[in-house]
Design a protein around this ligand. Structure first.
Ligand SMILES: C[S@@+](CC[C@H](N)C(=O)[O-])C[C@H]1O[C@@H](n2cnc3c(N)ncnc32)[C@H](O)[C@@H]1O
Length: 309
């Protein structure tokens, strides 16, 4: 829920489908990637894996399994943005592929990676994949660090594609993850999750975070005005920002907690945990409607931990 599209964008709740959501969000993230990274880049860090505005770190949470077990694993990050999480995974010795719809977001991944673990080159376009390094269409190939342990991080392959049509062969990855990437923005999350299941190997794990469904009943405000229920939690009508011609320029889709559980089950996963991070004392930072005030009272993020049997 954002206001960065300027005065001509009008916020509303209305129906919208897969194609319009994808088009709107690709444009929005391309236009707003610079501002987003300026605003949140310091909190996200260059190579931290943070699950959401509460600041829960994968290094501490180990939702993908113990960090030592990540070495040599093929990991797909969906909606990776500037690929901070993937760089943390690479530093653990994993072979991450960072996929995102937005070219501009992936450009930030290149800039952030231009130091020790720089991938170099343009993000691979959807379908051909892996321009930065390797060819995920024949198995994820971040290239260069196969089986390497923590130490100098390997490169991160960057792929520009829609999460609803993953340009990878079946059974390409051991793990898949997403920190607020793609899932909150798509009209058909089951389609995305079926794709994730297809590209995972048996025994693989799929962990994703989204805005906690409860938040949709409250105004998206960090202060006390964000503590009073203002809408029905059960209203699944998408949040849409429109331009002056009524075209969607930004979309988020609401699912209840029960919907999310049914989605992962419908896609063939087993749900093994639902993590609701509490707001820690050290975190004094606001992120849009996520704030210490609200975070101490109501959950802001839901993290679904699923396995592919
Ligand atoms: C809130 S950012 C999350 C990225 C990163 N984890 C972070 O915290 O900055 C959401 C990302 O999802 C991407 N995204 C949105 N819809 C997508 C889709 N259908 N397929 C792939 N990526 C998508 C956006 O381009 C954006 O980079």
């Amino acid at each position: 829920m954002n206001q960065e599209d300027g005065p001509e964008a009008t916020a509303t709740r209305r129906a919208t489908g897969e194609a319009e959501s994808s088009r709107a969000n690709r444009g929005w993230w391309d236009r707003n990637a610079d501002e987003y990274q300026d605003e949140h880049g310091a909190f996200l860090g260059d190579d931290r894996f943070v699950w959401g505005p509460e600041g829960l770190d994968e290094a501490e949470a180990a939702l993908l399994g113990p960090a030592a077990g990540l070495r040599g694993r093929d990991v797909l990050e969906i909606g990776a943005g500037a690929a901070q999480c993937s760089r943390w995974l690479a530093a653990q010795g994993a072979r991450p592929v960072a996929l995102d719809l937005s070219h501009r977001q992936l450009r930030h991944a290149l800039r952030s990676a231009s130091g020790a673990n720089g991938a170099g080159g343009e993000p691979g376009a959807g379908g051909t994949a892996g321009g930065a390094s390797g060819s995920p269409g024949t198995g994820p190939a971040a290239g260069g660090t196969s089986g390497a342990g923590p130490g100098p991080a390997g490169p991160v392959a960057l792929v520009q594609a829609d999460a609803g049509a993953l340009p990878f062969a079946d059974g390409s990855f051991d793990l898949a993850c997403s920190a607020y990437g793609a899932i909150p923005f798509v009209a058909d999350p089951v389609r995305v999750m079926r794709e994730v299941r297809r590209v995972l190997r048996a025994g693989g794990r799929w962990v994703f975070s989204v805005t906690h469904p409860l938040r949709w009943a409250f105004p998206d405000e960090p202060g006390p005005e964000g503590l009073s229920v203002a809408a029905s939690y059960f209203d699944r009508t998408p949040y849409v920002e429109e331009d002056e011609r009524g075209n969607a320029v930004y979309v988020e889709h609401h699912r209840t907690a029960g919907d999310r559980v049914r989605d992962v089950v419908a896609a063939g996963f087993r749900l093994v945990d639902l993590v609701e991070p509490e707001w820690p004392d050290w975190n004094t930072q606001e992120w849009g409607g996520w704030s210490p005030l609200r975070g101490r009272l109501i959950p802001g993020t839901a993290i679904f931990v699923c396995t592919r049997d």
